[in-house]
Write a protein that binds this ligand. Structure first.
Ligand SMILES: [Zn+2]
Length: 104
């Protein structure tokens, strides 16, 4: 089943936009970034692990929203585990077609 990635994603009181940034890895050596200042989750679409990266940044938002104090490494492992669960057990595939490009 295909599931559309939303243009806005909420966790508690935090509402963040989701955008594609084609230069994120080139400029900052990042696959994704959850920016609490600009309230944007940026994803580099060239990432070989784009779904895992999105889940990672979504978990960073949840971590902030609910002050969970999870370490970046814990979030990384959790993101891979959740992506595996969604893909293999639930047969869910992410559809990125609604997500706009980030303008610099
Ligand atoms: Zn992180």
């Amino acid at each position: 089943m295909k599931v559309k990635i939303p243009k806005k994603t909420r966790s508690g009181l935090l509402v963040y936009g989701v955008v594609l940034n084609h230069n994120l890895h080139w400029d900052d050596a990042l696959q994704g970034q959850c920016n609490h200042r600009t309230k944007e989750i940026e994803i580099d679409p060239h990432s070989p692990f784009i779904d895992e990266t999105f889940i990672h940044e979504k978990l960073e938002q949840i971590n902030e929203s609910y002050t969970m104090g999870m370490e970046h490494e814990t979030i990384g492992r959790l993101a891979f585990a959740l992506a595996e669960f969604l893909r293999h057990d639930l047969d869910i595939e992410f559809d990125w077609s609604d997500i706009p490009n980030h303008h610099i």
